[in-house]
Design a protein around this ligand. Structure first.
Ligand SMILES: [Zn+2]
Length: 259
């Protein structure tokens, strides 16, 4: 009884310090995390610059992973919004900063030289650190495999990061995202080689994956950008944005929505 009185007295005392009194003895079972996706980026620069940009400028991310050694920096609390995705869309949801966790990887991206575009590979240790972090986040927020996206998936008209050297297959091998069965893809590819589906079909399949894509049946610049984003993830040997038999097979076998 004495303990109860003391507890009551402390509660009243707390009430006197200002602000409304909140009784949190009850908890609703109907609730879930606000986080629906994780968006991956590269920073296009080295670690010191990445840290400066992500902490002193307007752009930010929840996590930054260095390359050597792969230290994981937490820059924004997961319960708060980081400013990493910008104008973005996936599965009809828009402006994804509110519903995503952003992870930046220290990587220079690409440089254009006399021999064409050169992309920087990701350090294996950095990828392993990322996988450990992803597993932890997905478990805590109850995210399904397939909720990991690239910036290029959610903003294919503006962004190419994390780029065609990002090891999506390694993430799939770790059980973090669905991956199309190679044998099924080969069979479908043979069929599609005889008769390629229409542009509208490609646009519908890309939309089924989650991409924002036109549906007018024309192979315009916007559609090519989305095709290239898909290819950068699932067919990294060629990401020219051309609708071809292998891309069609990958889309069909993957199905959708990827979740
Ligand atoms: Zn980005």
């Amino acid at each position: 009884m004495r303990i109860l009185c003391l507890a009551l007295w402390l509660t009243l005392l707390a009430g006197c310090t200002g602000g409304p009194r909140i009784d949190d003895r009850y908890t609703a079972i109907g609730q879930s995390s606000r986080v629906q996706y994780i968006v991956l980026h590269y920073t296009s620069t080295d670690l010191p610059n990445s840290l400066r940009l992500l902490t002193e400028e307007e752009v930010s991310s929840h996590y930054l992973i260095g390359d050597t050694p792969p230290t994981i920096y937490r820059l924004v609390d997961e319960n708060r919004r980081a400013w990493h995705a910008g104008d973005s869309q996936w599965q009809g949801r828009t402006w994804l900063n509110a519903s995503t966790i952003g992870i930046e990887l220290v990587n220079r991206g690409y440089t254009d030289g006399p021999n064409g575009r050169h992309w920087q590979p990701f350090a294996p240790a950095q990828v392993e650190a990322l996988i450990a972090l992803l597993k932890d986040i997905m478990q805590r927020h109850q995210l399904a495999p397939g909720s990991i996206l690239g910036h290029s998936d959610v903003a294919p008209q503006r962004k190419v990061d994390p780029g065609p050297l990002f090891p999506w297959k390694r993430l799939a091998d770790a059980g973090l995202l669905p991956w199309p069965d190679a044998q099924a893809v080969a069979q479908q590819q043979a069929l599609f080689s005889e008769s390629l589906p229409t542009v509208v079909w490609f646009q519908q399949q890309l939309q089924r994956q989650g991409y924002r894509v036109p549906e007018h049946g024309e192979l315009d610049e916007a559609t090519r950008n989305v095709l290239a984003a898909f290819q950068m993830k699932y067919r990294q040997a060629r990401y020219d944005g051309e609708p071809d038999a292998e891309t069609a097979a990958l889309l069909l076998v993957l199905g959708g929505p990827a979740s």
